[in-house]
Design a protein. Structure first.
Length: 270
């Protein structure tokens, strides 16, 4: 699920990428070394960094600036298409399994309108999958197994497929929250450069990707400069952004092996 902490971590990652477009092994876009992190800075650590000419950039939620924007029905959406590691090839009335029979996969045989499906178990292999499917088929007709190959004599329609379970997402709640990205800098020039670099990168974004597979809607809210007279070594600028994101839950569901319907009044299964 996407949590406030997930949004903050993504904002930290995006901010660091903006400040270090060529990676942290190269100089930052503003020039000085930049430390980017969640939360409010520790005063003594910040003073030490400012004295050494380093920039701190923090990501912090604005207190009490959050509202519930839930408006969508709770439905499972966004099934992932996962390529199965278990493979199958068909030649005539024979199916040969290959690859690896990892857990979370389905292997199916369709014979003359009847389906036989086996879900992989820990320790399975392609020969074991073929043997288990053959055991299911033998309740109705003859099925022969040779290692990872399964043969059904006399079958008119013979199909074999494999699929893997995919993840789905349900939105439980939606909220809009304001986040503050603050540049704490040792001089006005580095403050202006750091904040402008971050703002330019974020201005090009409409949505941010969150770890659960959902997205957050990003909008610029405003900016403020703080040159505090009591600390002549600190030059600060805040950038405020609203993020609308969903609180979600995830589940794993099997993919469909075979479907049925009608075509030109003739029933088919495939």
């Amino acid at each position: 699920m996407a949590d406030q902490a997930d949004v903050e971590n993504v904002l930290v990652t995006l901010t660091a990428a903006a400040l270090y477009p060529n990676g942290t092994g190269e100089a930052s876009a503003p020039g000085p070394t930049c430390r980017v992190y969640r939360g409010w800075p520790n005063p003594s650590a910040l003073d030490a960094d400012l004295a050494a000419g380093r920039i701190n950039v923090t990501v912090f939620p604005v207190e009490m600036r959050i509202r519930n924007t839930t408006r969508y029905p709770a439905e499972w959406t966004g099934a992932d298409v996962v390529t199965p590691t278990l493979t199958v090839s068909v030649t005539g009335n024979s199916a040969t399994f290959g690859g690896t029979a990892d857990v979370g996969q389905l292997a199916g045989i369709l014979i003359d309108g009847r389906t036989y499906v086996y879900r992989t178990q820990p320790g399975d292999s392609p020969p074991l999958v073929a043997a288990n499917l053959a055991a299911l088929i033998r309740a109705d007709r003859i099925a022969l197994v040779t290692q990872a190959s399964l043969f059904v004599p006399g079958a008119g329609i013979f199909l074999a497929r494999t699929v893997a379970d995919g993840g789905v997402l349900m939105e439980l709640r939606r909220q809009l929250q304001i986040f503050r990205i603050t540049s704490w800098c040792p001089d006005p020039a580095s403050r202006d450069s750091a904040a402008a670099t971050i703002d330019a990168a974020f201005a090009a974004m409409t949505f941010i990707d969150l770890p659960d597979g959902s997205q957050g809607r990003l909008l610029y809210v405003g900016s403020a400069v703080f040159d505090q007279s009591q600390d002549s070594a600190l030059y600060r600028r805040d950038l405020l952004y609203s993020i609308e994101y969903a609180t979600t839950t995830t589940s794993t569901q099997p993919a469909m092996l075979f479907g049925s319907g009608s075509l030109n009044t003739d029933t088919y299964t495939g």
